[in-house]
Design a protein around this ligand. Structure first.
Ligand SMILES: Nc1ncnc2c1ncn2[C@@H]1O[C@H](COP(=O)(O)OP(=O)(O)OP(=O)(O)O)[C@@H](O)[C@H]1O
Length: 339
């Protein structure tokens, strides 16, 4: 196995809020090997974006890394100075932001903005930079003559593809895509994800995709981390969605359309993720879990191995056959968890 490109160890990130400190990431660990496509999935508010921001050194000022480590090829990123981050960002780690808030400035041409990033971070001259920008537009499937357009002259999908070109222009080792298709229509969403997947394979890029969409991760990623309330509930490869062990993953799989069974009824997980200033004791999913028992409400379950390269944090992994069976039934999720 290759040495990991990215190693996250027991990471804890807290936000200062008026109600107290909220641990949006609370003891998360995972590795990302070179050339891998890792998906971090979970509902809104589970800490996925905070995780991505910690990896990119883009946490807001009311956030602090309370513990843990983030290493890129062995280099510690926690505690890096702003200057050191400036050297790393774009060149080593780049971001494809949410399409709804993508990062183009409306008053400059797309070319001017790509060129600014390149000029600041590489020694290439203007002609080489222009050629590289053209190559990147070819890569994302936009006619290179449109480099001189302003962002508003592009459709939403084109702007997002141009953002992908921007993320790739300095050939970074790691690309983080944070909900890259939010706000785009379904067909364009699919095109963007296919494009990202193709680039990842062809350019042998290492990618971290942040999304709430289990189907997207199942169809595209090599490895999956399922996050809930700031913690990892389940992690692994295909087995995470083929043979899930954690009730939260079972719930997420129910909530998204299945490629193999398009007629399956979608079932939502009732309730909402907990307030992270005072999360519930024991397993954080217990208040919404139809299979929770006393031990779940008392003791946090450790992340244990449940198969080759597959871990889950549930006290009831030995009851999984029964849980999978019952999780298919809408009634299971309608019944309130036993208090
Ligand atoms: N700047 C902030 N200040 C205070 N709390 C924050 C801040 N940003 C996020 N949070 C809180 O941290 C928790 C995790 O949020 P985060 O955005 O990381 O989750 P997410 O899973 O990415 O959700 P989404 O998909 O909605 O962005 C939430 O409870 C959120 O309210």
């Amino acid at each position: 196995m290759n040495a990991p490109l990215l190693t996250v160890r027991d990471l804890k990130v807290a936000y200062r809020t008026s109600a107290g400190e909220a641990f949006a990431v609370d003891g998360v660990s995972f590795n990302l090997a070179p050339g891998e496509f890792l998906g971090i999935v979970g509902e809104s508010g589970c800490g996925k974006s905070t995780m991505a921001k910690a990896v990119l050194g883009l946490l807001p000022t009311n956030a602090r890394i309370a513990a843990g480590s983030v290493q890129l090829r062995g280099q510690e990123l926690v505690g890096l100075s702003t200057r050191a981050w400036r050297r790393l960002r774009w060149k080593e780690i780049a971001l494809v932001p949410q399409s709804a808030m993508n990062g183009f400035d409306p008053v400059y041409t797309v070319e001017a903005q790509l060129d600014e990033a390149m000029a600041a971070h590489s020694s290439a001259g203007p002609a080489a930079r222009r050629e590289r920008m053209g190559e990147m537009f070819d890569l994302v499937g936009i006619d290179r003559r449109r480099l001189s357009d302003y962002p508003h002259q592009f459709s939403g999908g084109m702007r997002q593809r141009a953002m992908i070109a921007m993320a790739m222009v300095l050939d970074p080792q790691l690309v983080v895509a944070d909900e890259p298709t939010t706000g785009l229509d379904v067909i364009v969403q699919d095109q963007i994800i296919q494009r990202i997947r193709r680039i990842q394979r062809e350019q042998h890029k290492t990618m971290l995709l942040i999304t709430h969409d289990m189907a997207l991760v199942a169809e595209n990623c090599d490895r999956i981390v399922v996050m809930y309330a700031g913690q990892v509930m389940e992690a692994g490869r295909e087995a995470v969605f083929r043979t899930p062990f954690h009730p939260y993953t079972l719930g997420l799989c129910n909530a998204f359309p299945d490629l193999d069974d398009r007629d399956r009824e979608l079932i939502a997980i009732p309730g909402v993720p907990p307030n992270l200033v005072s999360p519930p004791p024991g397993c954080r999913f217990a208040p919404r879990c139809p299979f929770a028992t006393d031990v779940c409400r008392r003791k946090a379950p450790p992340l244990v191995s449940v198969g080759p390269d597959h871990q889950a944090a549930c006290h009831h992994v030995t009851r999984v056959a029964d849980m999978r069976e019952r999780a298919r039934l809408p009634a299971t999720w309608r019944e309130p968890a036993i208090a």
